[in-house]
Ligand binder design. Structure first.
Ligand SMILES: Nc1ncnc2c1ncn2[C@@H]1O[C@H](COP(=O)(O)OP(=O)(O)OP(=O)(O)O)[C@@H](O)[C@H]1O
Ligand SMILES: [Mg+2]
Length: 232
């Protein structure tokens, strides 16, 4: 689905610090991925490259086997990926329905209902919703774009534990029932426990830490094995 091929990246203002150092990994649809890593290790940077908001210094990103070029970034952002943020990024003078309509042409009310926002809530100003409800609206907006890939940057960072669990369950359903490729950057161990694959970004390298087998049992990556190429 979305493949990173030897991605390296540094910020122009800090050329001596490689934030990503030859990252290779393939993300598939139908899976929920959790990306863990210390603050400042480059998680948001990685997501912005995957979202086509920035371009790598070297390496390539492929979508369904086709490399993204600079010219294809607009189309990538429109057709392939949707973003979900920690602070929801909703337009605060609009209703949930109006916000979701900004995401695409899909049936906003139906999507909101599927995300658990009832009709009365749909008509309110978004600021009159709880944090968890606002995040559901933001997820509905992401779904309105009908993209196969959802990228979320600390989507439960502002939520209490129970609400974070509900939102995590929504992401699982989007991966497993809606067949989306869902990549979530998180500091939450609880969210990571619910993911299908746990990845860790450290020292500019992305490594698969563990993977849940069909039986629901976690298999730990073998230390020292290459990132993402361990045996199935
Ligand atoms: N625009 C920028 N210019 C220069 N350096 C930057 C810029 N944005 C981020 N950085 C630096 O790049 C590194 C990676 O930042 P990034 O935001 O990707 O980390 P992160 O893993 O998302 O951290 P957090 O968990 O705190 O959100 C950090 O050292 C950060 O200071
Ligand atoms: Mg970040």
């Amino acid at each position: 689905m979305l493949e990173l091929e030897n991605l390296s990246y540094y910020y122009q203002s800090q050329k001596d610090r490689l934030v990503l150092d030859g990252v290779s990994y393939r993300f598939d649809k139908g899976n929920l991925y959790a990306v863990l890593g210390a603050s400042g290790c480059g998680k948001t940077t990685l997501l912005s490259l995957m979202a086509g908001l920035d371009v790598p210094v070297s390496g390539r990103i492929l979508v369904d086997g086709e490399a993204l070029g600079r010219n294809g970034l607009n189309r990538h952002r429109r057709e392939n990926v949707s973003l979900i943020f920690q602070n929801y990024n909703l337009i605060d003078y609009l209703t949930p329905v109006e916000n979701v309509k900004l995401g695409g042409k899909a049936d906003a009310r139906a999507l909101l209902a599927q995300m658990g926002i009832d009709e009365a809530q749909q008509r309110r100003n978004v600021l009159q919703l709880s944090g968890g409800q606002q995040q559901r609206v933001a997820i509905a907006r992401a779904l309105a774009g009908r993209t196969p890939i959802l990228l979320a940057d600390e989507p439960t960072g502002n939520l209490d534990e129970d609400t974070a669990e509900e939102i995590t369950a929504v992401f699982r359903e989007l991966a497993h029932r809606w067949e989306k490729c869902v990549v979530v950057v998180t500091h939450s161990r609880e969210l990571a426990e619910q993911a299908d694959v746990v990845l860790r970004l450290r020292g500019g390298k992305l490594r698969e830490e563990k993977r849940k087998e069909e039986s629901g049992v976690w298999t730990e990556a073998v230390p020292g094995s290459g990132a993402g190429d361990s045996a199935e």
